[in-house]
Design a protein around this ligand. Structure first.
Ligand SMILES: [Zn+2]
Length: 116
């Protein structure tokens, strides 16, 4: 059985959650308590925010380029950008990788056919 802890929320937010649980829509979806709503919301948030760090061994830049994936978005760790030259370079090679299967700390390599 799961243990529970108490966490503070703004009263106004708790009132909105309470109002939501009283709607037919919430009942149809199985949300009858404030805790159920908060657990579902936090679970969804954590899935979206989950960061996976990985590297690309790049011949073009002659170094390991560090990236992080957050949900379906890819960021360059060096530039903290989704649109820098490194990210664009990585995405050019994206057909080689399955983003869903990239593991924390893994290193990807460019395929020989892409090397200059
Ligand atoms: Zn970059």
């Amino acid at each position: 059985m799961a243990e529970w802890e108490t966490i503070k929320l703004p009263k106004e937010m708790v009132q909105k959650i309470q109002e939501y649980t009283k709607t037919e829509y919430a009942k149809e979806r199985g949300y009858t308590s404030k805790s159920q709503v908060v657990v579902a919301a936090v679970r969804s948030f954590l899935q979206t925010e989950q960061k996976i760090k990985f590297n690309l061994r790049s011949k073009k830049y002659n170094k390991l380029l560090p990236f992080r994936r957050i949900s379906t978005m890819i960021f360059c760790e060096s530039c903290n950008s989704q649109i820098c030259e490194h990210t664009i370079h990585l995405l050019k090679h994206s057909e080689l990788f399955d983003w869903e299967l990239i593991e924390e700390g893994s290193t990807l390599a460019e395929a020989p056919k892409f090397l200059k």
